[in-house]
Ligand binder design. Structure first.
Ligand code: ADP
Length: 191
């Protein structure tokens, strides 16, 4: 399975991505997690990414595209992957298309988690208290939601025209959402 998980910040992508990836036996690849690991280790990539992340802006495409290209070329991703947080721009969609086409495979589905905006802000503020993420302050959260609406939400329509979108209601308990996701994805034909 080659899957994407999409939805606004705070939709629960990371939580659900782990469960879905395990279900299909593929790695969950989160660009946000890779960036955060690099920030924590103080790598050059991390130093570059941090400036953007702390402001709620997207890291430049050139940086992100290379990082994803290298990651999906690794051994554990040869039979499939679940991408969380990528693509986020139209340019990234084109890059990903080329990366997948180069391997002779295709994308199987784009899982879209829907949530309501105020609930999302609540969730992120709560996460800020627990995890202390630098980009979970109220101003930065609002900016991330704005950038998502401008840059990333339009990608759902792009994938919808390809018939790839599987929409799932992301509100409710984690387990409940997970059951909805499995039910929705089990009807997707695997390549
Ligand atoms: P969120 O919870 O907001 O969805 P993520 O953990 O997925 O957050 O990403 C955190 C930050 O990492 C983003 O706000 C952005 O700065 C950067 N980032 C992650 N993925 C991408 C991407 N595909 N393109 C550009 N920037 C990205």
């Amino acid at each position: 399975m080659r899957l994407l998980i999409m939805g606004p910040p705070g939709a629960g992508k990371g939580t659900q991505a782990t469960a879905v990836a395990e279900h299909f036996g593929v790695p969950a690849i989160s660009t946000g997690d890779i960036f955060r690991a690099n920030v924590a280790q103080g790598t050059p990539l991390g130093v570059e990414a941090k400036r953007y992340m702390d402001a709620g802006e997207y890291v430049p495409d050139a940086v992100t595209n290379n990082m994803v290209r290298n990651r999906i070329a690794e051994a554990d991703a040869q039979d499939g992957f679940l991408l969380d947080g990528y693509p986020r721009t139209v340019a990234q969609v084109e890059e990903l298309d080329a990366m997948i086409a180069a391997t002779g495979h295709r994308l199987d589905a784009v899982l879209c988690l829907t949530v309501d905006q105020e609930a999302v802000v609540e969730r992120l503020l709560r996460r800020a208290e627990i995890e202390g993420r630098a980009d979970d302050t109220e101003d930065v959260i609002r900016r991330r939601l704005e950038v998502y609406a401008e840059e990333t939400e339009p990608l759902i329509a792009v994938y919808a025209t390809r018939g790839l979108v599987v929409e799932v209601d992301g509100m409710g308990e984690i387990d409940e959402v997970q059951q909805r996701i499995f039910a929705a994805l089990d009807s997707v034909p695997q390549s």
